[in-house]
Structure formats: C-alpha cells, structure tokens
Design a protein around this ligand. Structure first.
Ligand SMILES: C[S@@+](CC[C@H](N)C(=O)[O-])C[C@H]1O[C@@H](n2cnc3c(N)ncnc32)[C@H](O)[C@@H]1O
Length: 283
C-alpha cells in the first residue's frame, strides 16, 4: 500500500473521509457521552493515539470554550522512545503498523473538519501527565500502544487525570492481537477501582467514580437508537451494558455495501433477432 493510500491524500470533508478505525456504534457512544457531559462543569478532553484523527475530530467537536483538547501520538518522533525494552517493542509495533503516519496528515485532516487544532503532543502517551493537572479531565480516549506495560501506564494516567464524574474509554480491549490491552484494562477493574460501565465490540467505557449517570445515558441511547442491540451482564458485582449492532441494522448496512445486481439480459423482439441474423450472414 502506498503512503498516499494509507494516509489518504484528499482533504477530508467529514469524519467519514478520514482513514482509521472508528466503528459507527462507538461514534454514536462518544457523541452521546460527550453530549451527556455538556451540562457538567468544564473539564479537559484527551486522546492518546490519534493516528489520522478519525476519533479526534469527534471528540474535538465537543470542546467547550474554557476547555483544552490534548492529543498525544508518537507520530514519527522516534527520539521520544526510551531505550527500554518496552520502548523498543513499542517502536517496532508502531513502525510496523503506522509507518506511513505523519503529524502533517493528522493536522491537515483535523483542520479541514474542525478549523482549529487541538494541543498536539508528539511523544509517548505517558507524557500526557505533564500537560494537564490531576483531576482536570472529563473525557479520555486511550487508543495508543497495545502493549501491556504501556497500557498499564495509560490506566495510571487516567486514574490521575480524570476528575470525579470523568469517563475513560479504552480501545482494542478484546482484539486477537491485543492481549496486553485486555490484561491491563481488566487488571485495573479488579485492582485499581476502574468500574466498567459499557462494552462495545472494540471498546470498554469506564469510570473511577459514580457510574450511574453514564449507565442511564447509555440505556437511553440504546433504547432510542434502533440500530443498537444491548443486554446487561453482571461483572464483579457491577451491571455492565453490552452494546452491538442490531440484526436489522447489520442487514441494511450489508445490503448498502453489496454491489447492485447486473440488469436482466435484454429480451430481443423477433424482428431484432431476424435483422441480427441477416447482418451476420452479410458480413
Ligand atoms: C489505533 S491508532 C489510533 C486510531 C485513532 N484513535 C482512530 O480512531 O483513528 C494508534 C496510534 O497510537 C500511536 N501510538 C502507539 N504507541 C504509542 C505510544 N506509546 N504513545 C503514543 N502514541 C502511540 C500510533 O502512532 C498510532 O497513531
């Protein structure tokens, strides 16, 4: 794949045009959670791991005047990686997956959709704690390294930075290639006081404070949006809402992406068939 294909060479008109991994259900969840927070006191927004900005433009849409939106990504700042084993493994992982990534592409996409850049930090996700005060963040999306030690660090940052009532979202909590994320996030549930509120195919939504207002907002979304299927399971004494795509929504989405069947073969009249036969004989 060429660099242009990977990062998309065209200026995006909307989030739909930005390459990345941000399933419609999580977009709906982000919008509902950030809208739910609109009536709460100011708090900053954070994204660890932005890639080309697909999820960042959705988060940034909800920044209010007194708030900052801080995004942290390695982009190509290889110098930021320490010479530790974790640093080297992270570097290998990043280069393998995001070789084509450039800060320029992120900034181009973000500016095209939002008109004003967030606070961009090029470096390791662990640096985020140097850019924000403890307990000052209301929403944090963790989507950077997939390695266990790094995600443990991101959990610690979330615990430090989230204010009471803040929400943290961890991506890739159960992909086949990301067991480190799964381990670090569920470890936080059992030993660090992270309360899981909801699960989608990709993400875990959690809090370190009262989960009730978010539970109510998520159930309200699930009941209002007919594309969403949900159930509630008890995990470690907490009701956790599982959300997915309803069977009807899946069928409709698949039908839209299926190529249209070819038009039926044209029936020729008797006179057209006779004319074609004569023409062939005269050739
Ligand atoms: C899956 S992508 C992010 C996707 C993006 N949130 C979206 O929805 O399109 C992961 C990003 O994390 C960055 N990354 C990987 N390890 C990191 C680390 N330790 N610190 C900061 N960024 C990191 C990569 O450069 C990459 O851009």
């Amino acid at each position: 794949m060429s660099v242009e294909t990977a990062i998309g060479s065209a200026v995006p008109a909307s989030v739909d045009d930005i390459p990345g991994w941000f399933f419609w259900l999580d977009r709906a969840m982000f919008r509902a959670m950030l809208t739910h927070q609109q009536e709460t006191p100011p708090g900053h927004l954070v994204e660890l791991g932005t890639y080309l900005g697909k999820s960042a433009v959705v988060v940034g849409e909800h920044r209010r005047p007194a708030e900052r939106f801080v995004v942290v990504d390695l982009f190509e700042s290889i110098d930021a990686l320490e010479s530790t084993e974790v640093g080297q493994a992270n570097l290998r992982e990043s280069l393998r997956s995001y070789r084509s990534l450039t800060r320029r592409a992120f900034e181009r996409n973000y500016l095209a959709v939002r008109g004003e850049l967030p606070d961009v930090v090029a470096g390791l996700s662990s640096e985020v704690v140097h850019h924000l005060d403890p307990q000052s963040v209301r929403f944090m999306h963790v989507d950077a390294s997939h390695l266990y030690e790094a995600v443990r660090g991101d959990v610690e940052s979330a615990r430090l930075l989230l204010r009471p009532g803040g929400l943290v979202v961890f991506d890739d909590i159960r992909s086949e290639h990301t067991p480190g994320v799964t381990a670090a996030v569920w470890e936080a549930v059992f030993t660090q006081g992270l309360i899981p509120v909801a699960l989608t195919t990709q993400k875990l939504y959690g809090v370190f404070s009262d989960p009730e207002p978010y539970r109510a907002a998520i159930l309200e979304l699930a009941q209002r949006d007919e594309r969403i299927w949900h159930e509630v399971q008890q995990i470690a004494g907490q009701p956790v809402i599982r959300l997915g795509e309803s069977a009807r929504a899946r069928q409709q989405r698949q039908a839209k992406s299926r190529p249209a069947p070819p038009p039926p073969a044209k029936q020729l009249t008797l006179w057209q068939r006779v004319r074609r036969g004569l023409a062939r004989r005269l050739r």
